[in-house]
Ligand binder design. Structure first.
Ligand SMILES: Cc1cc2nc3c(=O)[nH]c(=O)nc-3n(C[C@H](O)[C@H](O)[C@H](O)COP(=O)(O)OP(=O)(O)OC[C@H]3O[C@@H](n4cnc5c(N)ncnc54)[C@H](O)[C@@H]3O)c2cc1C
Length: 609
């Protein structure tokens, strides 16, 4: 068994920042990551990092834009902490050597991004995430923080008291991808989940194949509520054939969207007469799909994004990467032709419920980054707000796990017995089907930390042995594809009741197929077939929770558009959708949105751009 004070699962921006923060507080920290840290998906971020750095900008304006962008589904204490702390985090990054793009006078350059009232997005060319990961990873190496790379975490080791708030996390089980060894990891202080997004629930996504929502599924199954899962961001500019992202930086620099008639439709059809292409992402995504649905798309599928007028010099200085992506993935020379683009799944606004210190309701279990929901982004994240989220709340999680007293949190966590319960007519029973193997009575009342980890290791070994011993059944890809197609067809930018119900039925069938899943590759070394099979169970949990939330929320808010409910219903719906897994049965309940923080109080207003 491996043992450290703080164990961080995931080596992306959130995991690296959390590990550095815990280490700075004197903890013995290790990062356990299924891919090498610098291959994490943070590296794909092209656009930039928002922070109010200038004298004529302010954290209050950043908070206002974030709250308005969220369509008033964000919690004010999270928004305040975020907007107040991101400037110091960005300056910290600069001091660690982040090669930001700069103005002539040497100051860090900032550019406009969608939904921002001030050009506050710092960046490093169109490779911000790549430089960011390397900057943070260097700090990890410099500090001698242990990194277990290519170790795939499959299960948390948590005590099994009846009330999740009485449980405590002591570590987890992971598979060494290189050798197949299944081992226990024990955390003396805390476990931080920083496992990123879950775009693999969709078949057209900007996310890597590694983003399967493992952290969300593990925390959910251990008893932590998951929050606002229906809130999925669709990015308006992805390449049609692959889902590869074309950064919002293109529109930030002045890029324009056109339909097949050559019209600049954001203005001409009144989707966003003030901000045009720089309206927020949900607005632009719906505009593009409306153009396609009304016959003004190209090849009935996409619209054009044009940056030729910016001139080669500016493009190559600030957006060179985009020229390569368009060429490599679409065969288009973006210096001479417009690029085809359409909306694609991009970001999870929902996730593991945490407070502003990164804590979940289980003692010793934390979450940060895209896997977590603090809740900062509400119903729509602003471009450039995800990366500072990683630093601000990743650092808080690291510090708290290392034992620093961060004061009393303002955001509550944990299942609420008095909460309003959801009253939804599910078309099929959601939740568990047959487990691959019967659980050995969970932890059976075991509370000694090492024994909790050992019991989890035994359960996981039994599950993996059973999967590898099966000679036939259904392959994971068949199951994953069924889910991805159902989600893309019915729980996408535009949603309607019948479609969401169809998706839930498909997901149920996929869950039933999963009880017959088998692994064709029986080897132990680099068994990606086994890994993808285990990840597919996470994809099932994530997809089901998104579809359940989408059916329950009978209003139109931010990224969540419903055909039958074309208005935002503030009287009824300024509340978070919470889902708790109780012995395999998901239970839905609601928690009110916190519109009051320490320094700010918000009155929901109509969003216009
Ligand atoms: C193409 C693209 C461009 C973007 N551009 C921007 C931008 O310009 N600005 C912005 O603010 N945001 C941007 N975003 C969003 C932002 O980049 C992400 O939300 C953020 O990088 C997520 O970071 P993370 O640390 O939470 O997760 P990731 O960077 O995805 O890292 C997840 C880590 O978890 C590990 N992991 C996952 N599951 C397991 C497991 N079971 N066991 C062990 N390890 C596991 C992985 O190995 C990985 O190291 C972009 C997103 C995408 C997809």
């Amino acid at each position: 068994m491996y043992e450290h004070d703080v164990l961080v699962v995931g080596g992306g921006g959130a995991g690296l920042r959390a590990a550095i923060a815990a280490h700075e507080e004197g903890a013995d920290v290790a990062i356990v990551s299924k891919i090498h840290p610098v291959r994490s998906h943070t590296g794909a971020a092209e656009g930039g990092i928002n922070a109010a750095l200038q004298e004529d900008d302010s954290w209050e304006d950043h908070a206002y834009d974030t709250m308005k962008g969220s369509d008033y589904l964000a919690d004010a204490p999270a928004v305040e902490t975020f907007a107040q702390t991101s400037p110091e985090e960005v300056i910290q990054l600069e001091h660690w050597g982040m090669p930001f793009s700069r103005n002539e006078d040497g100051t860090v350059m900032q550019r406009p991004f969608g939904g921002l009232s001030y050009p506050r997005t710092t960046y490093a060319g169109a490779e911000t995430g790549h430089h960011l990961l390397h900057t943070l990873y260097e700090q990890v190496v410099k500090r001698g923080i242990d990194v277990y790379q290519e170790w795939f975490v499959t299960r948390l080791a948590v005590t099994d008291e009846e009330d999740p708030e009485d449980r405590s996390a002591h570590g987890f089980v992971a598979i060494d991808v290189k050798s197949g060894e299944v081992a226990g990891f024990k955390a003396r202080n805390g476990v931080i989940l920083a496992t990123g997004g879950a775009g693999q629930a969709y078949d057209h996504t900007t996310n890597a194949v590694s983003l399967t929502g493992d952290g969300i599924s593990m925390a959910y199954r251990a008893g932590v509520p998951i929050e606002d899962m229906e809130m999925i961001q669709f990015h308006p500019t992805t390449l049609p054939s692959t889902g590869v992202l074309i950064t919002e930086g293109v529109r930030g620099e002045g890029g324009r969207l056109f339909n097949s008639e050559g019209e600049r439709f954001m203005f001409e059809y009144g989707y966003a007469t003030n901000d045009g292409e720089l309206a927020s992402r949900d607005v632009v995504s719906r505009a593009e799909l409306t153009e396609v649905n009304e016959g003004r798309g190209i090849n009935d599928e996409y619209v054009y994004l044009d940056m030729r007028h910016l001139g080669e010099e500016r493009i190559m200085d600030r957006l060179e990467n985009i020229v390569h992506l368009a060429e490599d993935f679409e065969g288009v020379n973006a210096l001479e032709e417009p690029m085809p683009v359409k909306p694609g799944q991009h970001y999870m606004m929902g996730g593991i419920e945490t407070n502003e210190h990164g804590q979940t309701c289980i003692d010793g279990l934390y979450a940060a980054g895209e896997t977590a929901c603090v809740s900062l982004h509400g119903a729509n994240r602003l471009g450039g707000n995800a990366l500072p989220d990683l630093f601000v709340f990743g650092a808080n999680a690291g510090r708290h796990a290392a034992g620093v007293d961060l004061g009393d949190p303002m955001i509550p966590v944990g299942p609420d017995d008095d909460a309003e319960r959801a009253d939804v007519d599910w078309p099929v029973e959601p939740g568990a089907v047959e487990p691959v193997v019967e659980e050995p009575a969970a932890d059976g009342g075991v509370t000694d930390p090492a024994a909790v980890v050992e019991t989890a290791v035994e359960a996981e070994k039994a599950r993996i042995d059973e999967l590898l011993s099966r000679e036939d059944g259904v392959e994971h890809m068949e199951i994953r594809k069924k889910v991805q197609q159902a989600m893309t067809e019915w729980v996408n930018v535009f949603r309607e009741e019948e479609g969401i119900k169809k998706a839930l039925k498909e997901i149920r069938e996929a869950r039933e197929m999963y009880s017959d899943v088998y692994v064709t590759d029986k080897s132990r070394t680099f068994n990606t077939d086994l890994q993808h099979t285990l990840e597919t169970e996470s994809v099932l949990d994530v997809a089901e929770s998104i579809a359940m939330g989408a059916l329950a929320r009978t209003e139109f808010r931010g990224a969540h558009w419903r055909k039958e409910h074309q208005e935002r219903k503030d009287d009824e719906w300024i509340k978070h959708t919470m889902l708790s897994w109780n012995d395999g049965e998901p239970e839905m309940w609601y928690r009110p949105v916190l519109l009051e923080g320490e320094d700010t109080e918000w009155e929901p207003k109509e969003r216009s751009y």
